[in-house]
Design a protein around this ligand. Structure first.
Ligand code: DX5
Ligand code: ZN
Length: 233
């Protein structure tokens, strides 16, 4: 099978919050596929970040796809507001609600991409049932809450198993997984936390095709060169 295109989503959490509009423009100019916006409530994770008003400001500053990762309890209650603020994809945590299916369905009903995120310690066995209900699975490679943490290599096995489960499901659904070099849009598997060239490569090898990166990209002298090198993994 042809190598999937790798999408790179710089995390605006590592940017200068005093200049969010300029930072959004900088990410766009750097050739990124999306801006990853982390929204935290201080309960599901012990940190507070941006909210819908900041998201709307980012949206006014760029045409780029807004990839919104919400680390909040009762995610259903915030979907409408986030959609209004400009979210293109909303990814919430499996561990944050008992209404996973309704929340995924509601995001899709709003015409947006639905993503489901899993903490590093959540078992792979929870994932397969949702593969037909969402557009993206986010496998956290750090404990959610803060940028700049160390990548957890034990999550790689979950990435491999999730990709395998996606491929199997596609085969069963009518042989969509092609042999002989036909390329197809992959089901999106995103990794988030501690992603750099080295850990990103491991994740891509295991089956991830959407890379979030904060501290690594923002620590480089040239954001565009960093995006390009991650995209070429
Ligand atoms: C952590 C956030 C991440 C964070 C990643 O909870 O979900 O998106 O910004 O930052 P790095 O790449 O620095 O780990
Ligand atoms: Zn995130």
């Amino acid at each position: 099978m042809k190598k999937p295109n790798i999408q790179v989503c710089p995390s605006i959490l590592s940017a200068d919050f005093g200049r969010l509009a300029e930072e959004a423009g900088r990410i766009e100019k750097a050739g990124a596929d999306a801006i990853h916006v982390d929204i935290m409530d201080g309960h599901f994770v012990p940190n507070l970040t941006l909210g819908p008003r900041a998201l709307a400001a980012i949206n006014r500053a760029t045409d780029l796809f807004l990839d919104v990762h919400i680390m909040i309890y009762n995610p259903f209650d915030y979907i409408e507001e986030l959609v209004k603020a400009g979210a293109d994809r909303i990814t919430f945590h499996f561990e944050a609600t008992e209404d996973v299916e309704d929340t995924l369905a509601f995001i899709r009903k709003c015409g947006k991409k639905a993503g489901l995120a899993f903490r590093p310690e959540t078992s792979f066995s929870m994932i397969p049932k949702y593969l037909t209900q969402c557009d993206l699975i986010l496998l956290m490679t750090v404990s959610p809450g803060f940028g700049g943490q160390k990548f957890m290599p034990e999550v790689l096995e979950k990435v491999r198993l999730t990709r395998e489960a996606c491929d199997l499901r596609r085969i069963r659904q009518g042989g969509i997984v092609a042999e002989g070099g036909i390329s197809l849009p992959p089901f999106d598997i995103q990794v988030d936390g501690g992603i750099n060239l080295e850990t990103g490569k491991e994740c891509v090898k295991a089956g991830a095709n959407v890379l979030v990166s904060g501290n690594y990209l923002y620590g480089l002298p040239d954001l565009a060169a960093g995006v390009k090198s991650l995209k070429s993994l």
